[in-house]
Design a protein around this ligand. Sequence first.
Ligand code: IPM
Ligand code: MN
Length: 355
Amino acid sequence: MTTKQVAVIEGEDASPEAVRPVVELIDQMNLGIEWVYPPVGDKGVERFDSVFPEEAKEMIDASDTTLFGATSGKSAFALLYLRWGKETYANVRPAKFLPGYHSPLSNPTGIDLVIVRENMEDLYLMVEGELEDLAPANLTSPILQKSVADMGPGKYGVKIITQAGTKRVSKFAFELARRRKAQGRPGKVTVSSKYNMLPQSDGLFKEVAGHVAESYPDIESETMIVDNLAHYLVVSPQNLDVVLLPNLYGDILSDAAAGLIGGLGLAPSGCYGENYAYFESAHGTAPDIAGKNIINPTATLLSAAMMLNYIGCVAASSALKTALEKVYKEGRFLTPDQGGTSSTTDFVDAVAQRL
Ligand code: IPM
Ligand code: MN
């Protein structure tokens, strides 16, 4: 058995309460995983006077992958490094309904979609500033017929969509659709952005994805304007397979997709690059329930299952998912967000017993 090293970043507020029992559970599966804990956030400050010291970065670099909890701020520098430093450009966010999930829909059966969110560009590049600083660029709004620098005091934010960035995430999405098709899914990619209003930036996203689609004749591809997709996601989620989105729309709609199946506590994610991937629940740190041992660890468990796949523990990954499915089907050990009264640790114990 080859040893894999996994860096664990527990995150803040209620997040460690989900991460710790999940790590324990996987540790008990004896997969030869060595867990290391980069000193980030408060621990980084205590030991190295920094929320993200060089030591933490080195530990992430030396690991095969990272399991990340959720951050309210202090671990955010580590998150920025995991995304932009490690170039994890494809943020994969599955929303699959399992019997037993408390979905708000009357018929959630069959929802099994994956959002592939471009993870490095768009408004997330944080290029913002004062409107007046745009004066030298002489930018004119085609709608106002007026220079944006003459609009009075205000701020701007720049949306950046590159050809290369869109191409690689599009390829990723089509490859994913192909792998899913081999497992019985329809094999479809829905490409979406606001290309009617933003023909340049969002238009490029659609255009580049369209070119990539031509290399995948076995995969159906469709385009949808993003507001239309938001509607479709609610009324017809069963007809979506892989959904490819620029960064910000992907951020927003992945929370919506999580809501469809039963909430953020159920939403895992994996961010993949050429040389690294890391895994994180898509939810926040749930400060309102911190310290109560009731956070739903499903998102973390499913993220960990994605991680196991990535490091080659494929059988363990499916075993974990099967055990989780059993717990939901039985419905006896659910956390409060899913209508139960079980604690986080009771839930994880129930999964462990069904492994
Ligand atoms: C997410 C989160 C992050 C994001 C925050 C914490 C910066 O909402 O992973 O979806 O916006 O990407
Ligand atoms: Mn988000």
